[in-house]
Design a protein around this ligand. Structure first.
Ligand code: NDP
Length: 400
């Protein structure tokens, strides 16, 4: 009998809670806790109505290790699923160590004062997790998450050696707003307005934001401008994929999104330092995030499709081979099933599958791990069964 504590009741948290409830043979008891309890209660009432499944709720400030440890010890879950913000990763990990409970998240730690995306501080907790006899699974969303699993699957089952990986993330959805982000606006804008970075021949190369663009033909969507960004899964994949010579990450943006973002940046609205406004300290990006549409509420109005996948080139039995492995998701289908748009859906379903892997003992170890550290096959099977089916296209290795 498994009991989970989900922390975070935003767009992604709602999907995780619903998908766990839809897999009640594994997730027998579900607790949902967040900063604002009323958001947990709303999700709980939706789940009661649609699935006739009771989930319990609680208020928690996950920045407070002592209070959180107390809550975890009271609930005694088998796993804590962190779907709050990256700022809470370290405190939730510490509370898990203190309570001896396994941990899972979907995004790497960020310090509120610096938009730095790296696993360093979370990996540094490896010994603590080992000593406590528990595990942490980092980055169990779609990207990071499924993209790591795609690469691990290719390495284990499709290639002898992988040389090049391009991760390609396209959201061809339309929500009807002039400007909105598809997950937490603060985290999203910190990520996409940062310098780009890719890894080649053992060295990280930095680019200006949106400096490198390529046109890519996404299956079931068409050709889209795709911009090189830094994305956190590359940090672990360069360590875990053998023979790798280059890895890059591209995301699509419409011209209108980029124009709005540039304007907001030019006038200082993306600043993450405090500004004095008549004696009140304001962080411009936090204010902007409050004004923008809440991504958790975009489900009903978003139409179109997402396509996220990896183009992988390498060798099999001495012969050059190139594949494209991807998933497409329809925003409205996701909304019908969970009340969320496809970005929350693809992340939340992947988090639930990662949790299922741990609770069923299919992914089990002591310490801190990334997704590609485990056998990809059972996770890939679950993707097909839980609403994120994937396809593989064999490509001509000579094409760019
Ligand atoms: P939201 O802003 O919609 O939700 C975040 C939730 O966390 C809110 O319920 C918020 O509470 C809660 N929260 C924030 N601070 C605290 C705190 N101190 N204590 C307790 N709860 C807190 O974000 P999303 O749902 O869009 O994103 C959730 C996570 O998913 C983020 O970490 C994001 O980076 C990650 N993500 C990962 C992706 C992937 O593919 N790997 C893709 C998309 C997102 P309140 O309601 O009070 O604000």
């Amino acid at each position: 009998m498994s009991r989970v504590l989900i922390i975070g009741a935003g767009g992604v948290g709602r999907v995780v809670a619903k998908k766990c409830a839809m897999n009640s043979q594994v997730f027998k008891e579900i607790f949902l806790a967040s900063r604002t309890k009323s958001k947990c209660d709303l999700i709980a009432s939706e789940i009661k109505e649609s699935l006739n499944f009771e989930i319990k709720t609680a208020q928690i400030d996950a920045n407070n290790v002592l209070k959180l440890t107390k809550l975890i010890k009271k609930i005694e879950p088998n796993l804590v699923i962190n779907i709050a913000l990256p700022y809470q990763d370290l405190t939730i990990m510490d509370a898990c160590v203190l309570s001896g409970i396994d941990y899972l998240d979907t995004a790497n730690y960020e310090h509120p004062d610096t938009a730095k995306f790296e696993y360093k501080e979370q990996w540094a907790k490896n010994e603590d997790f080992k000593k406590a006899g528990i595990m942490a699974l980092l980055g169990s969303g779609f990207d990071p998450g499924v993209t790591n699993v795609f690469c691990a699957y290719a390495q284990e089952y499709l290639f002898d050696e992988i040389n090049y990986i391009d991760i390609l993330d396209c959201n061809a959805g339309d929500h009807g707003y002039a400007f909105a982000t598809n997950f937490n606006p603060e985290i999203n804008l910190r990520e996409v307005s940062s310098n780009g970075r890719y890894w080649q021949d053992g060295v990280w190369h930095e680019t200006k934001p949106m400096e490198i663009m390529m046109k890519w033909d996404y299956p079931e969507i068409g050709i889209k401008d795709s911009y090189l960004l830094y994305h956190e899964e590359m940090e672990s994949l360069v360590l875990n994929i053998k023979g790798l010579k280059r890895i890059r990450f591209f995301m699509t943006f419409e011209k209108s999104y980029l124009t709005h973002m540039k304007f907001l940046e030019d006038i200082g609205m993306l600043r993450i330092d405090e500004v004095d406004v008549n004696g009140t300290k304001v962080v411009p990006l936090k204010l902007l995030a409050k004004l923008l549409p809440n991504p958790a509420g975009l489900g009903s109005c978003t139409i179109g499709t997402t396509n996220i996948g990896c183009v992988i080139t390498g060798k099999k039995t001495g012969v050059e081979k190139k594949i494209y492995i991807y998933n497409t998701c329809d925003h409205q289908e996701c909304f019908k099933e969970t009340g969320a748009q496809a970005v929350s859906y693809t992340t939340g379903v992947s988090a639930m599958i990662g949790a299922k892997m741990i609770l069923e003992g299919k992914w089990k170890n002591k310490g801190v791990f990334n997704m590609e550290n485990f056998d990809a096959k059972p996770f890939m099977n679950e993707l097909n069964m839980q609403g994120l089916p994937w396809k593989i296209i064999e490509m001509n290795p000579d094409t760019i």
